[in-house]
Write a protein that binds this ligand. Structure first.
Ligand code: AMP
Length: 214
């Protein structure tokens, strides 16, 4: 199963990717998670990416493409994977096609459709564990009052790029660079739309039904 989850930041694709990956025993590959880990570790990649991520911009294509190329040859990706947050530009999508080749091509692209107003609300109320990445939401799924993650004991924070100014910038970048991927994958007959403003369980059922077709 080789899938891409496409959608604006905060569209819920990460939550569903974790669920589906676990269900099917394949890795969820999130370039955002890989970059945040690199920033935390203070690696060269992290140093290059940090200020770009804080400002809500996109890390250059060549860096991201190399990172994904290295990740996809790991043994756990042999039986399939879910790409979450990659590709984000047409250049990344073209490189991915070239990287995979026809027999291993992407089978389905799930587009998580959510309105801009809902995204701003979701992201600015999101809180995240700085250690394991688990997401909470002050409106719909509040974090423990202690500020400590109930999954791993890490500290719960607001991501620097979840503040309103940066969220608006991320949405603008999304519209400009990533939204054109809808037409790109639609032309390949791979695009499937999910009404992602519904409750998490409804999105999950719709996703299961779509993936069952594979
Ligand atoms: P995410 O957690 O997917 O929202 O990603 C957080 C940030 O990491 C983004 O705002 C970008 O700065 C960077 N990033 C993640 N994935 C990519 C990508 N495929 N291309 C460029 N930048 C990325």
């Amino acid at each position: 199963m080789r899938l891409i989850f496409l959608g604006a930041p905060g569209s819920g694709k990460g939550t569903q990717a974790v669920y589906l990956a676990e269900r099917h025993g394949i890795p969820q590959i999130s370039t955002g998670d890989i970059l945040r880990k690199a920033v935390q570790d203070g690696s060269e990649l992290g140093r290059k990416a940090q200020s770009i991520m804080q400002s809500g911009g996109l890390v250059p294509d060549d860096i991201i493409i190399e990172l994904v190329r290295e990740r996809l040859v790991q043994p756990d990706a042999g039986n399939g994977f879910i790409l979450d947050g990659f590709p984000r530009t047409i250049a990344q999508a073209e490189s991915l096609d070239a990287m995979l080749g026809e027999p291993k091509a992407i089978e389905m692209v799930l587009f998580f459709d959510v309105s801009e107003a809902e995204i701003v609300k979701r992201l600015t109320s999101r809180r995240t564990c700085s250690q394991c990445g688990k997401n909470y939401n002050v409106l719909s799924d509040p974090p423990p009052a202690t500020g400590i993650c109930d999954q791993c004991g890490g500290k719960i924070i607001q991501r620097e790029d979840d503040t309103e100014v940066t969220v608006r910038k991320r949405l603008q970048v999304y519209e400009e660079k990533t939204a054109p991927l809808k037409s790109f994958y639609s032309a390949q007959n791979k695009l499937h739309l999910l009404h992602a403003e519904q409750a998490v369980e409804h999105v999950r059922s719709a996703l299961d039904a779509l993936v069952a077709r594979l």
